[in-house]
Design a protein around this ligand. Structure first.
Ligand code: SF4
Length: 457
């Protein structure tokens, strides 16, 4: 059996002001499957450490197999790790969203790329590695046969067939939380939000096809775990000292019946903890928000994205602004804190639609507002639509405003985008802080900033 090191190469970008930090579930699932298969597994989550410390810790493991997770914001650090560990690791493997949708940047530095859902692929890969077997027939992998200058063999990229999705998620072992820096996540959470929070994934995938959404690992598959299996994992996660659970599902509320089963299971076991989830605005009814509240749900986040129906259609979001307003108000009425995410300046927007969205977002009873500029991620339909306009790679920490940077030639300037985002945040703060006194100053502020907004190119 092999000694394996799995690395989550997230280092906080210098000017990033985001306070969201969640333990990496995907790589923890890989770890638990490999442990079950008998391997010695180490997990290096770099979230709270510096690069030199991370490298020192990685070397100390003396692993023969190193697996690196990578999403688009991690490419540089992922390749850096691979080059640093190349001489000590006998097998270097890349996996995660970016290698899944584009393996090419990894071919020179890694021996194998794992595409898609990785648990079974990694187990089969390590089995083949252990017996000196052939990797090329393992579903879900990509290999590069390197150029041989002697025999003049051309470099060849070998794509094995896709691996089918795991049909029954209840068969998977729970993520290997014991390998994560739980105390640091708990302390970070308590410092920033007043509670230690960790994630649980009760479903995989999403059947919708929003144009901007990167769902490369689970694709359009939608699979659910049973309520009993989910709540078993919640109990295990709470035993590490966490106060709150965040469901990391793309759409926790997709099936009302299953949401109610989970609520009933939590109540039946008498578990006292708070939880939160992501939801679509068109999935559950008003009574379900009340049931969720009674089972400990305290916050729900909606991906609303726009307050303009034409832009919602362009995004293929399949919701309307009216549905969004109804869902936010119903959840708020049920006692839940409500968060919402919006994308401003989506390709195809006009000044008027951006202003509509800002006005709409300000008018909702929200407790949290997330505003961002569009980010065309590789593997999305939006990326395909604007790829001829892409002007640069995403480099964390590049923008003076935080972690988001404009990476394509848009119809609006980056300065205008940031003005719109700051205007929206300011409107939210005025409403939130002034409460009943807000309407008059808010109206004046909106009018004045609308005037400036229209004059910025
Ligand atoms: S944005 Fe949400 S609803 Fe749309 S495809 Fe992505 S996960 Fe599904």
């Amino acid at each position: 059996m092999s000694k394996v090191l799995l690395i989550y190469p997230y280092f906080k970008p210098p000017r990033d002001r985001s306070v969201f930090r969640f333990p990496p579930l995907g790589i923890s699932y890989i770890a638990s499957s490999l442990i079950d298969a008998g391997h010695e597994v180490h997990l290096l989550d770099c979230t709270f450490i510096s690069k030199p410390d991370a490298l020192r810790q990685a070397h100390l493991v003396h692993a023969e197999v190193v697996g690196l997770y990578c999403m688009v914001t991690m490419l540089e650090d992922c390749l850096w790790f691979a080059r640093q560990l190349r001489s000590s690791a006998r097998l270097l493997v890349a996996g995660g969203p970016l290698p899944t949708c584009d393996p090419h940047p990894f071919l020179d530095d890694f021996d194998v790329i794992v595409r898609g859902e990785g648990e079974l692929t990694m187990c089969e890969l390590l089995f083949a590695y252990g017996i000196g077997g052939d990797f090329s027939k393992i579903p879900g992998i990509v290999l590069s046969k390197k150029m041989d200058s002697e025999s003049k063999i051309e470099a060849e990229i070998l794509f094995a067939p896709d691996r089918p999705f795991i049909p029954d998620l209840d068969t998977l072992p729970f993520p290997a939380r014991h390998l994560l820096p739980n105390q640091q996540y708990i302390q970070f959470g308590r410092r920033h939000y007043g509670y230690g929070i960790t994630t649980v994934m009760s479903t995989r995938g999403c059947p919708y096809e929003c144009e901007f959404c990167s769902n490369v690992i689970f694709g359009g598959s939608f699979r659910e775990r049973s309520a009993g299996n989910v709540v078993d994992e919640i109990e295990q996660a709470l035993a590490f000292g966490y106060d709150r659970i965040s469901f990391a599902d793309d759409v926790f509320t997709l099936h009302k019946k299953r949401v109610l089963e989970i609520c009933a299971e939590i109540s039946k076991r008498g578990l006292k903890f708070y939880w939160e989830c992501l939801a679509r605005v068109d999935c559950v009814d008003d009574a379900t928000y009340i049931e969720m509240y009674q089972a400990g749900c305290r916050r729900v986040y909606f991906g609303i994205e726009s307050g303009d129906d034409r832009i919602l259609m362009l995004m293929n979001k399949k919701i309307t602004a009216t549905e969004a307003r109804h869902a936010v108000e119903a959840a708020h009425q049920a006692g839940l804190e409500v968060g919402a995410f919006f994308i401003l300046f989506y390709p195809g927007e006009t000044n008027e639609t951006v202003q509509n969205t800002l006005h709409f977002a300000t008018s909702l009873p929200l407790d949290y507002l997330g505003l961002t500029m569009p980010y065309p991620l590789p593997g999305t339909a939006l990326y395909e639509r604007v790829k001829s306009q892409i002007k640069r790679e995403w480099h964390p920490g590049e923008s003076i405003f935080g972690s988001h940077v404009l990476i394509y030639n848009a119809d609006f300037s980056e300065a205008k985008m940031w003005f719109g985002i700051i205007k929206g945040r300011a409107q939210f703060e005025i409403k939130h802080r002034l409460g009943k006194l807000a309407p008059v100053p808010l109206k004046l502020f909106e009018k004045f900033t609308d005037w400036i907004f229209l004059r910025i190119k």
